[in-house]
Design a protein around this ligand. Structure first.
Ligand SMILES: Cc1cc2nc3c(=O)[nH]c(=O)nc-3n(C[C@H](O)[C@H](O)[C@H](O)COP(=O)(O)OP(=O)(O)OC[C@H]3O[C@@H](n4cnc5c(N)ncnc54)[C@H](O)[C@@H]3O)c2cc1C
Length: 515
């Protein structure tokens, strides 16, 4: 066993103090002052997995100067293109951290409607966001942008390093890599995908349903004119909802077909598998050729029994998996990271109230359970059986009521989430949409990942919390309440106009005031 030579600042403890027993020189490898393990403690957080969830979490932690190492088992970023849509809430997160303009350069805006069970409906009226669209953007591009941001903020990413084991004690976690190398940090977060090693080693159950139906998806060129394809596809999609053939980019089509009955599950799909399925469904294979990539995915649906055990946490696909219908998985993982980042940073910086870190599983697990349920429902609605087809027809009718359509879109886009912060007005626990404030846009004030008191009364103060919470007095802010306290993730933690009540809530979310 050996330790890794890396550049690192001296460690801080959970109360935010630098550990004076550890050398100040970058890369100094010395033992922690105490602790069951003698592997040097040179990171605050190790993240297993540099997918979208891990990269987002690393960036969030770096906003608070937390020393982060991301371990990624793949030596190169994966080029496998899943066509991913960033939904409204994820676009809002990007806006809150000043990343949206960069993301927009690489994506294509689409209407924010019609993606519940692929039931074609217009965008509902009244979606309450400044970013009411879907951004079509390939997953490798999102991953690249998030990783780039994390490293620009100072996170270290080591590729070709698979987490193979770990042990936790009162002071930290010793992480073992596949080659036997050992590293130590205060916390470990498993963002290592659906087959998560961290989750398995933690012994956390992953109950749910195994995959029942497999689907093939890929990108390829076609050998017939576009008009011919369009007419045929419209005809076939009526009964076959698990099928599409649609133009993607410069003559390349995205193809989705059921996998039932083709080739060995253990083997990667072939172009011949796609041709065979197209012929079965459409009577022609449209002359498909020159595939860019081919993949197969299942519809397994599972939710981790726990998101935290001591100093080890789970986020993203490591904590939940479900079929990609509605395009929610990446969005859900990135939003987990956004919820967890500031809380874990607070724990490490030493100002977290005792229960803050546990609000991560308390808030995010029910959100994932709801996403799992809506994907279960959507999968049923894709069935060609007469019962589900009848339910689909009924729901199609119901979605003509704007309220129904909007409710479903708010669910999928995650802007309908309300965390349980106790009794209070409807806005309490919800995210606040981006609004005009005197300094420009509200989200522009959240780039540093701090809390914010938005005060229309101009009478309140953040007092001893000013090192964690910003203050903006703006009597003209577009709000119909006197004052809101926003958490770093943009959720409304308090509404009111009374200083004493505010101080109680500042303590609840941001710990003790500085002396
Ligand atoms: C066909 C398809 C289409 C999809 N479309 C959408 C969509 O439109 N919208 C959407 O939101 N979601 C979509 N998804 C889901 C989305 O791809 C996933 O939810 C998302 O990738 C989860 O991100 P993650 O970072 O949690 O996990 P992953 O992306 O799985 O990343 C995990 C990372 O951990 C690494 N790793 C694994 N084990 C270890 C280890 N032991 N040590 C170190 N590193 C490790 C992996 O190499 C990987 O880089 C789609 C999925 C599929 C299959």
């Amino acid at each position: 066993m050996h330790s890794l030579q890396v550049t690192a600042e001296p460690p801080s403890n959970d109360r935010g103090e630098r550990d004076s027993t550890v050398g100040d020189a970058p890369g100094a490898l010395q033992s922690p002052a105490s602790g069951a393990d003698h592997t040097p403690l040179i990171f605050d957080v190790i993240i297993a997995g540099c997918g979208p969830t891990g990269a987002m979490l690393a960036a969030e932690l770096r906003l608070h100067d937390v020393r982060v190492l991301v371990l990624e088992k793949e030596t190169e970023p994966v080029s496998f293109v899943r066509i991913v849509g960033l939904h409204i809430r994820s676009l809002e997160l990007m806006a809150m951290r000043g990343l949206l303009d960069r993301v927009l350069q690489h994506g294509r805006r689409r209407p924010a409607g019609g993606f519940f069970a692929a039931i074609p409906k217009p965008v509902p009226k009244g979606l309450d966001s400044a970013y009411s669209y879907l951004l079509g953007i390939p997953q490798p591009v999102i991953e690249h942008l998030l990783e780039e941001r994390a490293t620009a903020l100072g996170a270290q990413v080591r590729r070709g390093c698979a987490v193979a084991g770990f042990e936790q004690d009162d002071e930290g976690v010793t992480v073992e890599l596949a080659d036997g190398e050992q590293l130590r940090s205060r916390y470990l977060v498993g963002c290592d995908g659906g087959r998560s090693t961290v989750r398995k080693l933690l012994g956390v159950g992953f109950p749910g349903e195994p995959s029942r139906a497999e689907t093939l998806m890929g990108e390829m060129e076609v050998g017939v004119p576009q008009e011919e394809i369009a007419a045929k596809v419209t005809e076939i999609r009526e009964p076959h909802h698990r099928f599409w053939l649609r133009p993607f980019d410069q003559g390349v089509y995205s193809v989705l077909v059921p996998a039932a009955g083709v080739s060995d599950r253990a083997e990667p799909p072939t172009l011949e598998d796609f041709k065979q399925q197209l012929r079965t469904i459409a009577g022609t294979d449209f002359g498909v050729h020159s595939p860019r990539w081919l993949s197969r995915f299942g519809d397994a649906t599972r939710l981790a029994e726990r998101y935290r055990l001591g100093r080890v946490l789970l986020a993203g696909d490591a904590a939940h998996i479900h079929p990609p219908i509605g395009g929610q998985g990446l969005n859900l993982g990135v939003q987990d990271a956004f919820n967890l980042g500031w809380k874990l940073a607070a724990q490490i910086r030493g100002w977290a109230p005792e229960t803050l870190l546990d609000t991560y599983p308390a808030e995010r697990r029910p959100v994932a359970a709801d996403v799992l349920d809506n994907t279960r429902a959507q999968i049923e609605l894709l069935s060609t059986e007469p019962g589900p087809q009848a339910v689909r027809r009924l729901l199609t009718e119901l979605m003509d009521f704007n309220e129904v359509n909007r409710h479903l879109m708010e669910k999928i886009t995650a802007i309908g989430i309300r965390y349980d912060f106790g009794a209070g007005p409807d806005l309490l626990g919800r995210r606040l949409r981006d609004i005009d404030v005197k300094q420009g846009r509200l989200y522009g004030l959240l780039h540093r990942g701090r809390g914010l008191l938005l005060d229309r009364t101009e009478r309140l103060t953040v007092g001893g919390w000013s090192d964690r919470v910003d203050y903006l007095a703006d009597p003209a802010a577009e709000l119909d309440v006197p004052c809101v306290l926003l958490r770093p993730d943009g959720h409304v933690a308090w509404i009111g106009d009374d200083q004493r009540d505010l101080d109680d809530h500042l303590s609840r979310w941001f710990g003790k005031p500085a002396d």
